[in-house]
Ligand binder design. Structure first.
Ligand code: ZN
Length: 457
C-alpha cells in the first residue's frame, strides 16, 4: 500500500505574493549598456577590416581553373551579408571565362561569405543552437544568448547550409578511405583491440517530400498522421578502445574517448563511415583485433568480415532478452521462477557455457504450442550465434559483452534531438542535422570553421 500524504492544514493568514524587484541589478544594466554602446563600434571596426581586405585584393584578373587563361571582369556590384555585429558591405567583382562557362567572385571566396546571408561566426553559432535545440527554441536562444533576432526558419536555413557542408565532408571522407590508395593516420600506436558497436533505431519521416510554402495569410493544413512505412532507420556506430573504459564506481563504467558515426538507412554507408573513422584515428594496425558488437541483425554480421582480424560478439543483453521472452511464456509473466531461470542462464552464459545452455534448452518440454515455438526460436538464436557468445573469453580479454555504449550513443545522437514529440524529418534535413550533431558529440565542432557553407537553392 502506498503511503497517503495528508493535506497540510491551511495557515491562518494567506501567504504573501513573492516580490519582484523594480530595479535591475546595477551590474546587469552596466553590461547591457556597454553592449549596446559598443555594437555599432564593433560593426564599424569590422567593416573597416573588410574594406582593407577588399583594397588589398589583387587587381589582376584570376586565371581560369579550367583552361588557365586569364579571366575577364564581367561586373562589380555591391554585396552585403549579415554578421553578429550587423550588416557588412563590399563591392564584389565577378570574373568570367566565356569558353569554359566559368564564373567566380574571388573576394567572396576569400572572405568565405555568402551575399545576402548570415555568414561567418554568427552562422556557426546559430547552427550550434539548432544542433542542440528544436528550431523555434534555438531562435529564442539566439535572442537570449546573442541578442540576435531570427526566425525559426532562419535558423533552419543556416543549419541546412552548414549541415550540407558537414554531411558532404563525411561522405567524401568515406569515399576517400574506401579506396585502397588513401592514406590513413599512422598506426604505430594502434591498440591491440578496438570495439565497434552498431545499432539502429527508427526515425519518423515527413510524408511529403517537399514542405509546402506558406502564402500570405494562409494557414497550412495539419500534417497527416504518421503512417506505417514512414519511418527510416538511423544507424549509429561507436568506436572505442577497451583499455580506455574506466570504472568510475563498481559496475559503472565511463568512457574517456569514443567516436560516433551515424547515417540514415544504409548499412554499407555506416560501415564505410566506421572504416573511414578508424583510418582517420589510426586505430587499426596490423595486429589490432576489431571487436564487433551487435544484436542479431544480419546487416551487421554480413559486413563484419571486412575486418580480417576480428572478434564478433552478440550483445549480452539481447541474448538475455530472448531468454526472457520464453521464460515469461513458460513460467508466467513476472514470476519468481522466470526470474530465477533467466538469472541462471545469464550466469551460465557469462561462464562461457553456451553449449550446455543449448543442450539444457533442448531437453525442455513446454506444454503450450506458443511456448514450444518460443523455445524453438530461442534454441535457433543461440545455436546460430553460439560462436559470438563466448562471454567468459570476452570478459577475460577486457572486450566487454554488451552494446551499452551504442545504446547511450543512440540516445545522445538521435533521441535527444530527433525524436521529440511530433517531430518529422525530411531525408535531407535529417542527414544534415545528424552530421552537425556528430561534429558536436565527437568534440569536432571546430571542423566547421574549415568547411565552406553550401548555398542551397
Ligand atoms: Zn577557362
Amino acid at each position: 500500500m502506498p503511503k497517503q500524504r495528508l493535506p497540510l492544514p491551511e495557515p491562518e493568514t494567506p501567504p504573501a505574493r513573492p516580490v519582484l524587484s523594480d530595479a535591475l541589478p546595477q551590474f546587469v544594466l552596466l553590461e547591457r549598456e556597454v553592449e549596446i554602446e559598443f555594437r555599432p563600434q564593433m560593426l564599424a571596426a569590422l567593416q573597416s577590416k573588410v574594406d582593407a581586405v577588399a583594397a588589398a585584393a589583387p587587381a589582376t584578373a584570376p586565371g581560369c581553373p579550367h583552361c588557365g587563361q586569364p579571366m575577364r571582369r564581367h561586373d562589380t556590384r555591391p554585396a552585403s551579408w549579415l554578421a553578429r555585429a550587423g550588416r557588412l558591405h563590399a563591392p564584389i567583382s565577378r570574373y568570367r571565362c566565356r569558353p569554359c562557362r566559368y564564373e567566380c567572385r574571388p573576394l567572396l571566396d576569400l572572405l568565405g561569405v555568402e551575399p545576402g546571408r548570415i555568414s561567418g561566426a554568427l552562422a556557426r553559432l546559430l547552427a550550434l543552437l539548432a544542433t542542440v535545440a528544436p528550431y523555434p527554441l534555438a531562435a529564442r536562444l539566439a535572442w537570449l544568448l546573442l541578442g540576435v533576432t531570427i526566425s525559426p526558419m532562419g535558423i533552419w536555413r543556416v543549419a541546412q547550409r552548414l549541415g550540407e557542408a558537414a554531411a558532404n565532408y563525411s561522405d567524401e571522407l568515406s569515399l576517400y578511405h574506401a579506396d585502397s590508395r588513401s592514406t590513413g593516420a599512422p598506426t604505430q600506436a594502434a591498440p591491440s583491440a578496438v570495439v565497434l558497436a552498431v545499432d539502429g533505431c527508427s526515425l519518423g519521416m515527413q510524408v511529403r517530400s517537399r514542405r509546402r510554402r506558406r502564402r500570405d495569410g494562409e494557414t497550412l493544413p495539419l500534417l497527416p498522421p504518421l503512417e506505417e512505412g514512414h519511418f527510416r532507420e538511423v544507424k549509429t556506430g561507436v568506436l572505442l578502445r577497451p583499455s580506455e573504459r574506466t570504472e568510475v564506481s563498481p559496475g559503472r563504467r565511463s568512457l574517456v574517448r569514443r567516436f560516433l558515426v551515424t547515417c540514415l538507412g544504409n548499412a554499407d554507408a555506416i560501415f564505410a563511415g566506421l572504416y573511414a573513422q578508424l583510418r582517420e584515428l589510426g586505430w587499426v594496425g596490423a595486429h589490432t583485433v576489431v571487436v564487433v558488437v551487435g544484436d542479431g541483425a544480419e546487416w551487421i554480421w554480413n559486413r563484419a568480415p571486412m575486418f580480417v582480424r576480428r572478434c564478433e560478439i552478440l550483445d549480452f543483453w539481447h541474448a538475455l532478452e530472448h531468454a526472457w521472452e520464453f521464460a515469461q511464456l513458460r513460467y508466467g509473466k513476472g514470476s519468481a521462477q522466470a526470474d530465477g531461470w533467466v538469472h541462471q542462464i545469464a550466469e551460465d552464459l557469462k561462464a562461457g557455457k553456451v553449449q550446455e545452455v543449448i543442450a539444457r534448452l533442448k531437453r525442455m518440454r513446454p506444454q503450450t504450442p506458443q511456448s514450444r515455438e518460443s523455445l524453438r526460436a530461442l534454441i535457433r538464436y543461440y545455436s546460430e550465434n553460439a560462436g559470438r557468445m563466448r562471454y567468459d573469453e570476452y570478459l577475460r580479454l577486457g572486450y566487454g559483452i554488451g552494446s551499452g555504449a551504442v545504446e547511450s550513443a543512440h540516445k545522445q545522437v538521435v533521441h535527444a534531438r530527433f525524436r521529440q514529440a511530433g517531430m518529422r524529418w525530411s531525408e535531407a534535413g535529417a542527414r544534415r542535422l545528424l552530421a552537425l550533431r556528430l561534429l558536436l558529440l565527437n568534440d569536432n565542432w571546430a571542423l566547421l570553421d574549415r568547411l565552406r557553407m553550401v548555398s542551397l537553392a
